[in-house]
Design a protein around this ligand. Structure first.
Ligand code: DAH
Length: 350
């Protein structure tokens, strides 16, 4: 092996032994640097004749090119190795099982409420809301229940500081106050029509929401849910109430094999008043009358408190227990289960 081949081999070996880019640059300097071996050979050319310079120079250049090629190859190899290391370090183990996000469920009372809203919505009822902390006026007086009325004692509730003297604010005992609140807004909006003796668009609304009373056992909870219904126009009768409620209750329970009856009753804000009972023709509750709602024709004084003339406007209202409807629908026998937060119970509704 001649001298040049030996140098090329030595360079290849040195480059091959370099494990890092810095090592490689050091090795390069030994051959191609100012004091490197190839550079030394070039310097030696000065002492040669023209002809010798030509042939020797060409041979040295070949050797130099071989060394440079080896250098580039090693640089590429080191860069590749570094990239591989980096990829390995940053690798994602896609075979690891993911962390599952538990899916929540909708509470059965909310399921019922959504159902009720959808059914009445399909019959052209809007959905309204009102405050849970209510004034004495809206909860009682405006609903024709004056201060000394015995019906108030059935509505023992939680009183709140504030309100009028002798008539503190309270947690509403029913959703009925929203009848007045909603109607007053409705009347205000259509005042110009009413004053001009024209026909006001009918009030057709339901009000689902939380209500409160001092009551607690398997079928009563201090916080419970009602849905109020109100339909007022110029020609709305008990016959409409019966049609609407029957349609609603059969849709709610998804059966036509379900009868309703109206049983005379008393509420201060309706006259006449009735309890609505339902009876299933099949299933575990078959043949028993079950009370699900109060109802009646809106009392003239209540119509007046809405800002309307009872000689012209008439309608019906009802108030049903959402918790009770939900218990019947799902066969739940203790109301408290809805509010205990026990996942074993609640997860059955997903
Ligand atoms: N607010 C009554 C209650 O909670 C239920 C009720 C009865 C509502 C008759 C009505 C109605 O709208 O017309 O006991």
């Amino acid at each position: 092996m001649n001298e040049l081949d030996t140098i090329v081999e030595a360079a290849r070996a040195a480059f091959g032994g370099a494990e890092t880019p810095a090592d490689l640059e050091n090795a390069k300097a030994q051959f191609l640097g100012k004091a490197g071996r190839v550079t030394g050979l070039m310097k030696g050319l000065a002492a040669l004749s023209i002809d010798e310079k030509k042939s020797r120079g060409a041979a040295i250049n070949l050797a130099k090119q071989a060394i440079e090629a080896a250098l580039v190859a090693r640089r590429d190899a080191l860069a590749q190795a570094e990239l591989q290391d980096q990829l390995r370090a940053e690798a994602l183990d896609v075979s690891l099982p993911g962390r599952r996000r538990a899916s929540g469920g909708i509470h059965p009372i909310s399921l019922s409420t959504e159902r009720i809203e959808a059914i009445f919505g399909s019959m052209g009822f809007e959905v309204a809301q009102g405050p849970e902390i209510e004034t004495d006026w809206f909860n009682f007086t405006a609903l024709n229940t004056p201060e000394d009325h015995p019906a108030r004692s059935m509505h023992d509730t939680f009183y709140i500081e504030g309100g009028a003297p002798g008539a503190p604010n309270l947690l509403r005992t029913h959703t009925s106050p929203v009848q007045i609140r909603h109607a007053v807004q409705h009347v205000k909006k259509h005042r110009h029509l009413i004053d001009a003796g024209q026909t006001m668009p009918e009030i057709r609304v339901i009000v689902p929401g939380r209500t409160y009373r001092v009551d607690s056992d398997a079928t009563h909870s201090p916080m419970f849910h009602q849905v109020e219904g109100l339909w007022v126009g110029e020609n709305i009768s008990f016959k409409d109430l019966k049609a609407v409620y029957l349609d609603f209750i059969q849709s709610f329970f998804e059966t036509r094999d379900l009868d309703i009856r109206f049983r005379p009753s008393f509420f201060p804000f309706t006259e006449p008043s009735a309890e609505i009972d339902i009876m299933f023709g099949t299933g575990p509750l078959k043949g028993r009358w079950l009370e699900v709602s109060g109802s009646g024709q809106v009392h003239p004084q209540v119509i007046r408190n809405m800002g309307l003339d009872p000689e012209r406007y008439i309608g019906f209202a009802f108030g049903s227990g959402i918790d009770r409807l939900t218990m019947l629908r799902y066969g739940v026998d203790d109301l408290r289960l809805f509010f205990d937060g026990d996942m074993r119970f609640l997860s059955q509704f997903q």
